[in-house]
Ligand binder design. Structure first.
Ligand code: ATP
Ligand code: MG
Length: 282
């Protein structure tokens, strides 16, 4: 579905190239959720932007459904990227404050349609209803403005918009971090349900390891732009192979005391092998 092969990404800062991601290999298989974790500044969002074609790798390549994003041009590129949906942290950011919610959701349908075909108005309205229903918003929400909705409702609208074209891949960059804990759960549940129903692949970027544990099949750990380790989430969380991962895990409390003990032990074991703590955990 999505393949990053030896991807390096640079930003230009005051005329200089600053490397944010170095030689990253990452795969999201069809229908799976891959968690991307790491401390602040480790390059998670940068990697996410490359998957959306917003940044071009200085080395390596990003393959979407086997095709290189950087090499695709014009219509082929738009087609390719229409297969990727995105939700960002700020629930309002993807919504135009001057547009009714229904218009915002219908927009991608009007531009691309399904199978590259524009949808006529009636079909579009029906699809908007269907999408609002899928994210559990009440009938009538399509005639509201974004500011008339709560943060959680806006983020669910963001999800509806991202999934309007039934993308095969969703990039979710901290989709719930700006929300109240009580609201986070409901947005994540909607994401989970939609994932189960639609079966898109998902790159789920988050610093919330609890959520990543609950949601994802596999996880990749980034540190200073490099991949530290990756594997099945259950394996990585119960038996991290790298001290950095163990430290990240040890810094988040789990409700399960046995798991907490296990994490502490893993960290101590790895620290004994690798020497003094690397100071990776915040
Ligand atoms: N637009 C930009 N211009 C220059 N440097 C940037 C830009 N965006 C990010 N960076 C730098 O690239 C590195 C990786 O940043 P990135 O935003 O990918 O981290 P992150 O893992 O998403 O962090 P967070 O958890 O805080 O969201 C950081 O050193 C950051 O300062
Ligand atoms: Mg980020």
């Amino acid at each position: 579905m999505l393949d990053l092969r030896g991807v390096s990404l640079d930003y230009r800062v005051q005329g200089r190239h600053v490397r944010a991601v170095e030689g990253l290999d990452l795969t999201v298989r069809a229908g799976e959720m891959l968690g991307l974790v790491g401390e602040s500044g480790s390059g998670k969002s940068t990697a996410g932007r490359a998957c959306l074609g917003l940044l071009t790798p200085s080395e390596g390549e990003v393959l979407l459904l086997g095709a290189s994003v950087a090499k695709a041009r014009g219509r082929a590129r738009r087609r390719l990227l229409a297969d990727v949906g995105v939700v960002f942290q700020d629930p309002g950011a993807s919504l135009d404050p001057r547009k009714l919610v229904g218009e915002s959701i219908a927009e991608p349908l009007a531009i691309h349609g399904r199978d590259g075909r524009r949808l006529p108005g009636t079909e579009r309205r029906a699809r908007v209803r269907e999408l609002l229903d899928a994210v559990r918003l009440p009938v009538g929400a399509e005639r509201r403005y974004p500011h008339e909705l709560s943060g959680g409702q806006r983020q669910r609208i963001g999800l509806a918009r991202a999934l309007a074209l039934r993308p095969r891949l969703l990039v979710a960059d901290e989709p719930t971090s700006a929300l109240d804990v009580s609201v986070q759960a409901e947005v994540l549940q909607v994401l989970k349900d939609l994932h189960a129903e639609l079966g898109f692949g998902c790159l789920f970027i988050s610093h919330d390891l609890g959520v990543v544990h609950e949601l994802t099949d596999r996880v990749a750990v980034l540190r200073a732009g490099r991949l530290v380790e990756s594997g099945r989430t259950a394996d990585v969380f119960s038996a991290p192979q790298e001290l950095y991962t163990a430290e990240l895990l040890a810094s988040v409390p789990t409700p399960d005391p046995a798991a907490q003990r296990e994490r502490r032990d893993a960290r101590q074991r790895l620290a004994a092998v690798e020497g003094p703590a690397s100071g990776a955990a915040r």
